[in-house]
Design a protein around this ligand. Structure first.
Ligand code: CMP
Length: 141
């Protein structure tokens, strides 16, 4: 089915000038960017986005990293978009990511891992709504 998923190009990848390279991977895989913007998140914004990780030991470092510089947030649309984006990204820890995936090519560590992508339909819907209003999303033919 045609789905939407939420994606972030994280501060490490933006600072390495990799926005276009990463967008090219999405588009080459048949995903359409139907909304996008650059933002520099506040601690409140990043903390709320990652609220499910609040009790994890890496939470504070995650919020600090995600607010360390600008990110690109985008909505990707396409067939099986949630799973397809996760395949393009590779495993959360770049040491475990398959060759050719975004994290294998562009990430240094599990903390600075270049991209985020929704893991399920419910989180995709929540994450899209967290950053985008309906009128910022442009459905594509
Ligand atoms: P992301 O998909 O953005 O969701 C939460 C982030 O926490 C994750 O990517 C990683 O960058 C980071 N993180 C750091 N340590 C861990 C860990 N042990 N397990 C999962 N995520 C971690």
């Amino acid at each position: 089915a045609i789905e939407r998923t939420f994606s972030i190009v994280k501060p490490d990848a933006v600072s390495k000038n990799l926005i276009g390279a990463i967008y090219n991977r999405f588009e080459s895989a048949g995903l359409r960017i139907v909304a996008a913007k650059m933002i520099h998140m506040s601690a409140e914004q990043a903390g709320g986005f990652y609220a499910e990780h609040k009790e994890r030991p890496f939470y504070n470092a995650l919020v600090t990293f995600m607010t360390s510089g600008p990110v690109m947030v985008q909505v990707l649309e396409g067939e099986d978009a949630i799973r397809r984006n996760r395949e393009i990204m590779g495993a959360t820890n770049p040491a475990d990511a398959l060759a050719g995936t975004l994290r294998s090519c562009f990430a240094e560590s599990i903390d600075r891992n270049a991209v985020h992508g929704s893991d399920a339909p419910a989180s995709a819907a929540r994450e899209i709504a967290y950053f985008f209003s309906d009128d910022e999303i442009c459905p594509r033919a």
